[in-house]
Design a protein around this ligand. Structure first.
Ligand code: FAD
Length: 412
């Protein structure tokens, strides 16, 4: 079992008066810095990224960034109770920091957990304060669900590693300063045993980022090509050839972030937003709509409880196991339910909206991105496999190549 170390050792039993004072300071900060942010301020484009950097810098200056991380690495050195208080107070706000979701939800915990002291000192403070944005480079054209089968090669050359290969679906690579990449360091052993993780400087000319355009018109993710990228040996993250266990930990952080955090799904406020919309449209007396909204509200509460269970596990020093998959699957199903109810509410405006966009455009954009939530971070089917095998104890999927060296496994 992987444990979570290196977090602030601040006691969990926090004086309630101190916590209340903290809540008040968070409220004041949000009033002063977030009034006027709307739903479109959370976009993952270049403007969104620069808004996120400025906001995060102010958050950091006020002492509310990296709440539970140690002060010496740029955190606030506070307790989990402070984090919960911050989450609770900030939940109704449209914070413009969604472009930092991967930096903070996945890369930061990885640096904290697996980085050397030098790596933590070099990279964590800027990551926490939003001065640097990070991306995650796992998926490849031939390796998505089966990410352990990836082909990007890293070959040792003196004090450096030389990387060649291609990644795809890399969210935010076009505005990221650094990335965490998984590459194959040993092709002559079974696929899970020959992987390593590296920190990549995205500004290196040997890294080429090509944005991909999505159905919504946005370009949230990219293809990334490495051509003889030289990585200093001290940018290896974790141990050599132990990349798979690090990748599993990072995927769990991702699943928790998508399924239990805000992670692009909206917070607890989505059902409330739709209840307000139903009232505005005069649909709130329709029994079908009322039932659908009540169902959404209940699902959001369940999501909140799953999130609390996971946060408690992390506070107890555990990286979440299959509960990360439960959170991720539940989050994806909730997103689909939100999509269906919102489309029912806005009706034809969800397909042809007026020049001012309005609710039709806002919910149509969500509708187009909802399916992606069932794919990102491991598909619904993959989560069901994990839950089946690791929670329900069903037989493992057959794999005739489990003990075969990666280079000997037939592939297209
Ligand atoms: C919005 C979004 C953001 C993303 N961001 C990133 C990112 O930042 N970094 C990154 O590295 N990747 C990212 N991804 C990629 C994502 O992790 C992959 O798309 C995902 O893992 C699926 O891989 P694939 O697309 O290659 O599909 P495939 O693995 O080819 O799967 C195709 C279909 O087969 C099914 N399938 C595959 N294997 C099994 C199985 N064993 N049992 C049952 N069904 C199976 C899948 O469920 C799916 O329906 C992102 C994807 C999306 C949609």
């Amino acid at each position: 079992m992987i444990t979570v170390d290196n977090m602030s050792d601040a006691s969990e039993s926090v004086d309630p008066a101190e916590l209340e004072e903290f809540r008040g300071r968070v409220r004041d900060f949000l009033d002063a810095n977030c009034a006027g942010w709307g739903e479109d301020s959370t976009r993952r484009d270049d403007d969104g990224a620069s808004r996120a950097r400025s906001f995060q810098s102010a958050l950091s200056a006020a002492g509310f960034a990296g709440i539970t991380y140690q002060r010496e690495f740029g955190g606030a050195g506070l307790s989990n109770a402070h984090q919960e208080a911050y989450d609770e107070v900030s939940a109704p706000w449209h914070l413009p920091n969604l472009p930092l979701a991967i930096s903070h939800g996945m890369c930061l915990p990885m640096l904290n957990q697996f980085g050397t002291d030098a790596q933590r000192a070099d990279f964590m403070p800027d990551c926490i304060s939003g001065q640097s944005i990070w991306c995650q480079m796992f998926s490849e054209p031939g390796a998505g669900s089966d990410v352990a089968g990836l082909s990007t090669r890293a070959v040792r050359d003196g004090e450096q590693w030389v990387l060649n290969g291609q990644k795809v679906w890399t969210s935010g690579a076009h505005y990221s300063d650094f990335g965490i990449v998984v590459a194959r360091t040993r092709p002559d052993v079974p696929k899970h045993q020959g992987l390593s993780m590296f920190i990549v400087d995205m500004a290196d000319p040997a890294v080429e980022v090509r944005p991909l355009r999505q159905i919504s018109g946005e370009s949230g993710f990219n293809e990334v090509f490495f051509t003889d990228l030289h990585i200093p040996a001290d940018k290896l993250l974790g141990d050599l050839n132990q990349g798979w266990s690090l990748a599993v930990a990072m995927l769990m952080f991702e699943r928790v972030s998508i399924g239990a955090g805000r992670g692009g799904l909206g917070g607890e406020r989505v059902s409330q937003n739709l209840i307000t919309l139903a009232r505005e449209l005069g649909r709130d007396a329709d029994p079908r709509i009322r039932q659908a909204l009540a169902d959404l509200w209940i699902r959001e509460r369940i999501k909140g409880f799953i999130g609390r269970r996971i946060r408690d596990a992390v506070a107890a020093g555990r990286v979440p196991g299959p509960e990360g998959s439960i959170a991720k699957l539940n989050g994806a199903l909730l997103a689909r339910a939100i999509r269906d109810v919102s489309m029912e509410l806005v009706g034809p405006a969800g397909q042809a909206w007026g020049p001012d966009g309005g609710a039709g455009e806002r919910w149509a954009t969500f509708c187009l991105s909802a399916a992606g939530i069932s794919i990102a971070g491991g598909t619904d089917e993959v989560q069901r496999n994990i839950i089946g095998e690791r929670v329900l104890g069903l037989p493992r999927e057959p794999n005739p190549f489990r003990d075969t060296a990666w280079e000997d496994v037939p592939r297209n």
